[in-house]
Design a protein around this ligand. Structure first.
Ligand code: ADE
Length: 241
């Protein structure tokens, strides 16, 4: 059996084990004012493959569909004054209710720079959970604080402020979905597991040619000495702060 065939059959075993345990689909829903932002990311590369393998189902919900009045209003001025517009509670509550009707046990995750910092360890933990996820993408200058009553987790991708929660949601979705068993293929997932202590980052890697424009691949990697290579990789793995 060649390598590709072996890889395919591992993926098939994962898929059917998952179906047997009714775990074939993790529902990931996203509430956003900019659904088109997700088209490219979720329909390319590993996220596309994860859908094809039935490891995940994406549902993108347009918050505008739950807007109020003929202009489908979704935002309004803050009480107490101040610049900018806040996302109104009614459309956010209605959109979340819609997502919960689709998947009642799904956890609701609010993207906010005030949230818990996202880590590889959390991505690994969430990829193994049975429940689906509903991501709420904040936008503009903020949201009505009452939305927090609906939310199970508040997550930040870092101490900087982006224009909205869409890019953070895509980042988090990618980091979870690639770890769902069968998505990357068994052997690769196991390899990644060893870096999921939340601290260790990957070591530098090289491919052919062994010398390019005067820059050489470290000799040890060409040596065939597996123990020495392993030692070099450990020494050259970065530790996250
Ligand atoms: N929305 C805006 N900035 C964000 C961040 N850093 N993390 C999560 N959501 C955000």
């Amino acid at each position: 059996m060649n390598h590709l065939k072996a890889k395919n059959s591992i993926q098939h075993i994962y898929k059917y084990v998952n179906i047997f345990y009714n775990k074939s689909d993790m529902n990931i829903q996203v509430i956003t004012l900019f659904p088109e932002m997700f088209d490219g990311v979720l329909n390319s590369s590993m996220m596309w493959k994860a859908q094809k393998e039935q490891a995940v189902t994406f549902r993108i919900i347009n918050l505008r569909d739950f807007g109020i009045g003929p202009r489908q209003q979704v935002d309004d001025t803050p009480y107490g004054g101040g610049d900018g517009m806040l996302l109104k509670p009614e459309p956010l509550f209605a959109a979340t209710k819609d997502a919960k009707a689709f998947d009642p046990s799904a956890r609701v995750v609010l993207m906010t720079p005030r949230g818990q910092r996202w880590t590889q360890a959390t991505a690994s933990e969430w990829s193994k959970r049975d429940n689906g996820l509903i991501f709420i993408c904040g936008r503009y200058e903020g949201y009505d604080e009452r939305i927090v009553s609906l939310v199970d987790d508040q997550v930040s991708v870092g101490d900087y402020v982006l224009t909205g929660g869409e890019l953070p949601a895509m980042t988090i979705i990618d980091s979870i979905v690639r770890l769902i068993p069968g998505v990357l293929g068994g052997e690769k997932s196991a390899e990644i597991e060893s870096f999921s202590d939340g601290e260790t980052l990957e070591f530098p890697q090289y491919t052919k040619p062994s010398e390019y424009d005067g820059m050489k691949v470290p000799d040890v990697l060409l040596s065939g000495n597996h123990a020495a290579i392993e030692k070099w990789r450990q020494e050259n793995s970065l530790k996250a702060e």
